[in-house]
Design a protein around this ligand. Structure first.
Ligand code: COA
Length: 231
């Protein structure tokens, strides 16, 4: 019998894991409470169980609607590019979305993100472009924007550093590869990559390393994502 197989070792591991789970749940509960204290009355909507990290800028919270069980990690920017045009929500994240660090969303009209969308770090989604007029008002002073709404449908995964530009709809169940720039619509259930992003195949296959037995994959990932991200 190896050391790890001894019943007393297994008990210690179970107890340590129980304490870890308790600490994680307590920390998550605190973050949910803090989020609601700081944001509930200021945002257009904030669903139950959502956690917002530290923001760099949210210039018009009334233009932001966030569903239930949404997590947005630190250093996010949610910018309403036309904050004087009423309080209708322009930036919407539906239930179950997870957004990693340094997310930037610029909306003059609408950026609508569907349910259970996973957004990796450093992603920019914008529904607008500035207008540069030679000989006219300098771009730094101009308020002219070209704006078209953006939609990311349910259950999509946007990889690291993805940029989604104005007017784009990303169909449900799609993957956008790391560093891609999405300039045109992506059909549902597509894997799209590159600049400009093009659909290269359908989603549906598992991305888990199929050459490894599942317990070896698990052994390589001993920490849950919740532990890793401090939530
Ligand atoms: C899009 C992605 C999921 C595709 O993975 P995959 O299905 O295993 O795809 P493959 O590696 O078989 O690549 C297929 C083709 O697309 C190309 N490709 C894959 N990802 C690409 C990317 N991000 N940009 C440009 N081309 C890419 C490959 O070079 C390959 O081209 P080829 O057929 O000419 O050789 C993966 O490449 C990716 O970008 N993952 C994002 C990871 C990430 O951002 N993680 C953040 C943590 S949430």
């Amino acid at each position: 019998m190896s050391e790890a197989d001894r019943p007393e070792d297994a008990t210690v591991v179970r107890e340590v894991n129980a304490v870890r789970r308790f600490c994680m749940a307590a920390r998550r509960a605190w973050l949910i409470a803090r989020t609601h204290i700081l944001w509930r009355s200021r945002l257009h909507a904030l669903g139950a169980g959502s956690v917002l990290g530290r923001c760099l800028q949210v210039n018009n919270p009334r233009a932001v609607a966030i569903g239930s069980r949404v997590t947005i990690m630190d250093e996010f920017i949610l910018a309403d590019l036309r904050p004087l045009q009423g309080d209708a929500p322009k930036i919407m994240l539906a239930d179950g979305c997870t957004v990693m660090y340094r997310f930037q969303c610029n909306a003059a009209r609408l950026v609508a993100i569907g349910r259970n969308v996973l957004i990796a770090s450093n992603v920019l989604i914008t529904d607008s472009d500035h207008v540069v007029e030679p000989g006219g008002v300098p771009v730094t002073k101009s308020r002219s924007l070209v704006t078209r709404p953006v939609r990311v449908e349910d259950n999509c995964w946007l990889g690291q550093n993805v940029v989604v530009l104005k007017g784009v709809t990303i169909g449900h169940d799609s993957i956008i590869g790391a560093n891609s720039v999405v300039t045109r619509d992506v059909p549902p259930c597509s894997v799209a990559v590159g600049n400009p992003a093009r659909a290269i195949k359908h989603t549906g296959g598992r991305l888990t390393d199929a050459s490894l037995p599942i317990d070896e994959v698990a052994a390589k990932m001993p920490l849950t994502s919740a532990t890793h991200f401090g939530l």
